[in-house]
Design a protein around this ligand. Sequence first.
Ligand code: UDP
Ligand code: MG
Length: 311
Amino acid sequence: MTLSVIVPCFNEEEALPLFYQAMEAIQPQLDQEFEYIFVNDGSRDRTLEVLRELAAQDSKVTYLSFSRNFGKEAALYAGLQAAHGELVTVMDVDLQDPPELLVEMVQRLEADPDLDCVGTRRVTRDGEPPIRSFFARMFYRLINRISQVQMVDGARDFRLMRRQMVDAILEVTEYNRFSKGIFSWVGFKTEYLEYKNVERVAGQTSWNFWQLFSYSLEGIVNFSDAPLAIAFVGGALSCLLAFGLAGVVIVRTLLYGDPTAGWPSMVSIILFLGGFQLLTIGILGKYIGKIFMETKNRPIYVIKERSEGKG
Ligand code: UDP
Ligand code: MG
């Protein structure tokens, strides 16, 4: 059996050689034949040169290189499409997905023929800013409440899958890709190995707080239509409130006449309704934006260069 190792790389010239060494070091512990598929996601450093060298030295290494940065999700998809293996794993190049764990994952999958996927889950978030961990936890709580698809808190993209599951993921051809959701949407029996968070060996994370925040919004909009219900529920509530208030005003006018008071409450109501309408239009806009991108039917990535030989 061949094991395809898919590795998205964005500005990873320093981490790449370390990753390759670490993977070669664990290889003797596995009986699978390896196939590396590195996806250069429009890096602006020497990542592509390093990949060319690796591919020249080692026939197990293939690479794809995008024409620009398309994002990790696109890189994962390209890698999955290029993979030939019966078993496929997805790993970060910064060694935050420990290669030693892969050995255990393969053993688990081989031990249980019913199992389709072994995922990994960080049980600690040491080395991460507390505010980031806090928002991550909030995100998982929210998404699991409002989406049919369940996402495991702390689950990483690092996972080992059988061919059948990979083919199912490839069938999901949407442009707005949120892999954590797609992995769980396709179903199949998945077990999670737990491990402690590891910090990256070299280079820098390419995510800042706002990027992560908007990534989590992507997850919500792509996998839940609950925000659309805000318009409905909120609208219905404010209608009820308006009827109640109208009753109060009519009764009060009948009893006490009309003293033309009530300007502050009027302004409050106008402001509240105006704000609420803008909010719901914004939510609608988010979904329409998704439909817009989806109907354009653009390719998920564009390849500029690939290693010779295979593929
Ligand atoms: N990555 C990518 N394209 C991007 C951003 C990141 O292919 O636009 C890759 C990156 O090279 C790494 C993995 O995705 O292999 C995870 O990225 P990173 O370590 O920056 O994320 P973090 O671990 O901090 O969440
Ligand atoms: Mg990382």
